[in-house]
Write a new protein. Sequence first.
Length: 183
Amino acid sequence: MHIKANTVASLRYTLKNSKGDLLDQADTAHPFIYLHGANNIVVGLEKKLAGKMAKDTLQVIVSPEEGYGVRNDTLTQEIPRKMFKSMDPTMLVVGAQFEAQTNAGIEVITIVALTEETVSIDANHPLAGESLHFDIEVLSVREASAEEIAHGHVHSAGSSCSSDTKESSQHEHNRDEGGCCGH
Ligand SMILES: [Zn+2]
């Protein structure tokens, strides 16, 4: 079977940046599994995986434009520390990441600098501006279930959403760890 919309593909991969630093990986024992055609992975990678099948290997370089976007300097801000009063002070360290509600929805914010008075934050995706170097092997491809297609994501074996609740939009999943491939 070939990877196309409404199929579920299982991948082994490594992800490196242009310097060759390993950013993320999934191995055969813990593969990355996703529903194709449902915006679950970056667009540049999804395009290259279309039409592949089990045992295919591919090396893909995804540009920032088709990856996590180019860096946008207007997404960095210096904020008075007092705005963070409700936060656990031990969380206020350079490199700490947290989710925040912004005009654009929930964003991952990274603390990039601290002074006595201020906290500088960056709302760019941590991989914004990076070219993504993927080295991939397709392990398996299967048809998605009707429920997976309806939900727009993979259900891991034995954890169908229908067993939790009839209100399919209310359930919670363990999203596959694919920090890098996911959104
Ligand atoms: Zn679901």
